[in-house]
Design a protein around this ligand. Structure first.
Ligand code: SF4
Length: 67
């Protein structure tokens, strides 16, 4: 599974960083989301799917492998 972020839609809520700090980070300069990794381990799938659902800007997209 892959994750991508659209920084144009991010509203800097920081929800994703709080929920999955391994994967998401916030830029020191503009506070917008940054990815620490884009390829996910299976044990991260559930947390990242939830982060995508909870993102107020709809900025997080998860893509299933082979889909
Ligand atoms: S949860 Fe969404 S809006 Fe909030 S920082 Fe993460 S990507 Fe940006």
């Amino acid at each position: 599974m892959q994750v991508s972020v659209d920084r144009d839609r991010c509203c800097s809520s920081g929800m994703c960083v709080l929920n999955v700090p391994e994967v998401f980070d916030q830029d020191d300069q503009d506070s917008l989301v940054r990815l620490r990794q884009s390829s996910l381990r299976p044990d991260q799938y559930e947390d990242v799917r939830l982060a995508a659902e909870l993102c107020p800007g709809g900025a997080i997209t998860v893509t299933e492998d082979g889909a």
